[in-house]
Design a protein around this ligand. Structure first.
Ligand code: SF4
Ligand code: SF4
Length: 553
């Protein structure tokens, strides 16, 4: 039973121009003398180098490890010697240089030791994700998000459907089409590994219906491999069908919430090339060191090449027969979502799926920029049901609160609005500008919040220490005072005790038993005689005959 498909709003039927490059089988690009391998080829933090200049490395060896959770490792695309780690021009809209590892190849192309997994079913999903992380695999559809993170739904989220995106809806680009035609087995193997990692209930491969050969190839492979738990879904050819949210809506009928993730509705979506890379990393032990790149437009021999990551783009152009005379600029990606390449010596990175040589004629097809005539064509074309005209006004006025009220961050920069705009307004450039400004303001705000928090923490610490010091002093003073008070009391107590003892002695003196009691008659007589003698002696001693001594008791 064929699947009931849904729809997304807007979108365009664009001339594909795919016939230019799709006819020829993928060929291996030459190994360049020097590979320029950027540390930042993905969304997230740049990788951290593990090598230094002068070090010899083998093909597949990890050159830099993922730094932090959202990051990806990079590897040597061939064997050779590290020449430097330095800033080099890279393929980025800003044209700014970035830190790269420069590797001089030795022509030997010798692999490092690989560790293929014989039976991935024996591994638990987290072990699989670690292999995929260490292999440096990122989304190869152009987004560059580390794949292992998208393969980790978390303990509380159940994944219902894994979708492999084979739509490849952007004009001119044919690398995924060729991959599906030639390496369907690898895609299917990757899909099964991904499904195991996600513990997903269902998996399917969605392919636009303008790729009948790719559809046939994947179906044939599934039949040959006797696999019936992966469905191939033909989706209509309409730009931007390959947009993650658009494809999910069409295939499942479910809507990803505004600023939410597919995982929020139990879906995970990966590109078909990412699936093939996952297979190679797990079952062959090969990290991501190459990818298929479409070279098309104004080149003499449009084609798809398997290119080592780090190959300078200018060295690829001769392998596509060189540029035609009327080429104005090179675009990285397709004509709708790509960007102009500023430096031809910049290398191919993991996210580069196409180099489009744009001719004078292609660029001249757009007329001069005129004021907005409020025709509303942009809103009709928008696949996210945004109001591109309002976004444009507020972005132009730098009213960044308002532009967010109009859901700027739901814009997928597909370019449909700009494509249909009769005034040729560069709408997407304004949206990108607004997003960049908002991000930079948020970064600044975060930095100033952090500085304020640090200041407040320091002030609080100083106050606390001051209060503690004061409390200590107060306790000491109280203790000294207490000691003095105790001393006075002790003195008083001692005097009082002495007085009491003296009084008791005095009182007790009269009551003491006399040792003359119970004497015998003879003893009393002797005592009386002694007493008489003593009294007489005292009388004799006294000058006036009076007694001067104490009375004996
Ligand atoms: S399509 Fe262009 S001219 Fe028409 S409303 Fe949108 S921005 Fe304005
Ligand atoms: S670029 Fe943004 S606003 Fe324009 S059509 Fe695409 S999603 Fe809508």
């Amino acid at each position: 039973m064929s699947r009931q498909l849904s729809n997304f709003p807007g979108g365009l039927h664009l001339p594909g121009h795919k016939e230019l490059s799709v006819g020829e089988a993928v060929a291996a690009a030459e190994i360049p003398n020097r590979l320029i391998i950027p540390l930042h080829q993905h969304i997230g933090a740049a990788a951290e180098p593990l090598v230094e200049a002068g070090q010899k490395v083998l093909k597949g060896e990890m050159l830099a490890k993922a730094k932090g959770f959202v990051s990806a490792a990079v590897h040597a695309s061939s064997s050779g010697t590290i020449l430097a780690i330095e800033d080099r021009p890279v393929a980025h809209p800003s044209g700014l240089p970035a830190l790269c590892i420069v590797l001089e190849t030795d022509g030997e192309d010798v692999w490092c030791e690989r560790h293929p997994v014989e039976d991935y079913h024996s591994l638990d999903p987290s072990a699989l994700r670690n292999i995929i992380r260490d292999a440096g695999i990122v989304g190869l559809g152009g987004a560059g998000f580390p794949a292992y993170i998208k393969l980790n739904p978390g303990a509380r989220t159940a994944v219902d459907t894994l979708i492999l995106n084979g739509a490849e809806c952007e004009p001119y680009i044919t690398c995924d089409d060729r991959l599906m035609r030639e390496r369907a087995d690898e895609i299917i193997a990757g899909a099964r590994i991904m499904r195991h990692a996600l513990q997903a209930s269902k998996s399917l491969i969605a392919i636009e219906d303008n790729k009948p050969e790719a559809i046939a190839s994947v179906r044939e492979a599934l039949e040959r491999l006797d696999i019936d738990d992966i469905e191939v879904v033909e989706v209509p050819t309409r730009y931007p069908m390959g947009g993650e949210k658009q494809l999910i809506k069409v295939v499942t009928g479910k809507e990803v919430p505004s600023q939410g993730l597919p995982l929020d509705i139990g879906v995970v979506c990966h590109n078909v090339a990412t699936a093939a890379a996952v297979h190679r990393s797990v079952e062959l032990g090969e990290p991501l060191i190459s990818r298929i790149v479409t070279l098309t437009g104004g080149v003499e021999r449009p084609r798809n090449l398997e290119v080592r990551i780090g190959t300078p783009i200018e060295e690829l152009l001769p392998q596509a027969g060189g540029l035609s005379a009327n080429v104005e600029r090179l675009i990285v990606g397709g004509p709708m979502m790509g960007f102009t390449l500023q430096h031809r010596e910049a290398p191919v990175v993991k996210t580069v799926n196409c180099i489009l040589a744009a001719t004078r004629e292609m660029d001249a097809s757009r007329g001069p920029v005129r004021p907005c005539i409020r025709c509303g064509a942009c809103a009709e074309a928008c696949p996210v049901s945004l109001l591109p005209q309002q976004l444009y006004w507020y972005a132009r006025a730098k009213d960044f609160d308002k532009v967010q009220d109009y859901n700027l961050f739901d814009c997928i920069e597909c370019g449909c609005c700009a494509y249909v705009c009769p005034s040729n307004l560069p709408l997407v450039q304004f949206y990108r500008f607004a997003k960049t400004e908002i991000w930079s303001q948020e970064r600044e705000k975060k930095a100033s919040d952090l500085a304020r928090e640090r200041h407040e923490f320091r002030t609080a610490r100083i106050e606390r220490e001051k209060a503690e010091r004061a409390a200590r002093m107060a306790r000491k003073k109280a203790a000294v005072k207490g000691d003095q008070g105790t001393g006075d009391n002790a003195k008083k107590d001692a005097i009082k005790a002495a007085m009491e003892r003296a009084k008791a002695k005095k009182e007790g003196a009269g009551t003491q038993p006399k040792n003359t009691e119970d004497l015998t008659k003879e003893q009393r007589r002797k005592l009386a005689e002694a007493k008489a003698r003593r009294e007489k002696a005292l009388k004799d001693q006294a000058p006036n005959g009076a007694s001067g001594g104490k009375e004996e008791k």
